[in-house]
Design a protein around this ligand. Sequence first.
Ligand code: GLU
Length: 533
Amino acid sequence: MSVKTFYRRFHGTLNLSSILPKKSLVSKKPSKDIHPKHPVRTRFAPSPTGLLHMGSLRTALYNYLLAKNTGGQFILRLEDTDQSRLVEGAEENIYDSLRWCKLHYDEGPMVGGPFGPYRQSERTEIYRSYIGTLLESGHAYRCFCPKERLEDLRESARKLQPPTTASYDRHCAHMSPHEIKQNLDNDVAYTIRLRAPEKYPIIQDLLHGTLDIQPQVNANDVRYDDPILVKSDNLPTYHFANVIDDHLMEITHVIRGEEWLPSTQKHLAIYNAFGWSPPQFIHIPLLTTTEDKKLSKRKGDSSVINLKRKGILPEALVNFSVLFGWSPPRDLAAASHECLSLEQFEQVFNLNYLTKGNAKVDEKKLWFFNKHYLQLQLESQLPQVAEQVIPLVQSKYGSNLATDDKVTTILQKCGKALTTIYEFNDTFSYFFERPNYDQIDSVQEYLAAHDLQQAWYILQGFQDSLDATNAEKLIKQTAEKMSISKRPIFECLRFALAGSKPGAKIPVLVDVLGLEETHRRLDEACKYLENRL
Ligand code: GLU
């Protein structure tokens, strides 16, 4: 089944029993301890066909973490042999996204390494020599069938009852050496196909156990899977290049999405044809599409670069992504609230904690993590955060009103209210603009729910005396004098000073606004109330 069909067929209902043909045998119990005890070599092998998304980032992360945890190597390999699908800038985007998330690869394009080149488009000669070996051994054969014939075969295969998932009739597998030579001499275009075995090898997946994936065949009209290894443009297909490279690059563990599961038996057949041992496979659950869509709708698409533009911090994205399909041991999860850094993940990552079910993207958690990491940054790197925020604020409110000091103070004292730095202008608008009470929903809500006479009375009491140092004391005294709790007093002052918007404590509000502005707002709020009494 092609990846496309696979997606089409299983869109939205992805779980292992639904992604495999009905008769696939799935053993329920993979061996207990699946975490490798020796240094492993893993790879992330993206195709530069678009922006790097969260799902791919998670694949990269698991491979990275497994390598780091075992003291092994993590390799970046670009799978760019399908020229028609390449997208300009996508390769750069892969490098940028990985760098931003601090996922350093030990070997890869640009950094090199002993098994290079790491860009498949630069390995054509290597694939050519290996396909020669398979042609000689009879495990592969040239297929000269024109497109129209293949289309007819697919069409007739579709009509078979029961249907078959393989369509080729192996016409070219039976050509004589003379016929082949004639075709080659006449420059007839050809692809090279694997002569698929009678029965594909059984997959041993570390996470899922034993899987037996066979094409469905109609006994009255037997067709063959015979996957194409080299296309008519002489370039290898994904299946072929992927296997050759994993073998030559000495990859020991392949962690990839479940969408590649229906390709794995083909890969195993290629390993067998060469007499090579395959790596260990771990197919990880996909992110459920519905949840993924939600994330895209609200915050733009879920590519790493777009999340970065939305103000997501790399630490938050890494933390969030690792937890799709992997959970830390319980005591660590409880102690850390699952807030773990890349370094901590490197220490504790263990294949035994991978989960099998679909990974649901819970958007709220990403914002929770972002808030957490933004707070840490504000505590330890305030000037650096301020440097990013100041231009954003000054471009809206001007540098006279939004001085560097004022923005930095607000960040320092009220930064807790922010989930991303881009919320600053909206959240803290009241520090720069006098609230227009009539037009603020939160003010209208306040007015509807409070005794305005009492509010007016409270504000009167603060009008001449409130300052940043005595605010707490005055509020307490007023509450005692009026025999009410402090809460309506806070709410009343917040209405007057900040248009009932949260984010800053009253003494901070008074401090940052300054005495003159504070008293002016108290005065205006009193007048506003008087008009409504
Ligand atoms: N090039 C494939 C991709 O884009 C790699 C799949 C694999 O890891 O084998 O995801």
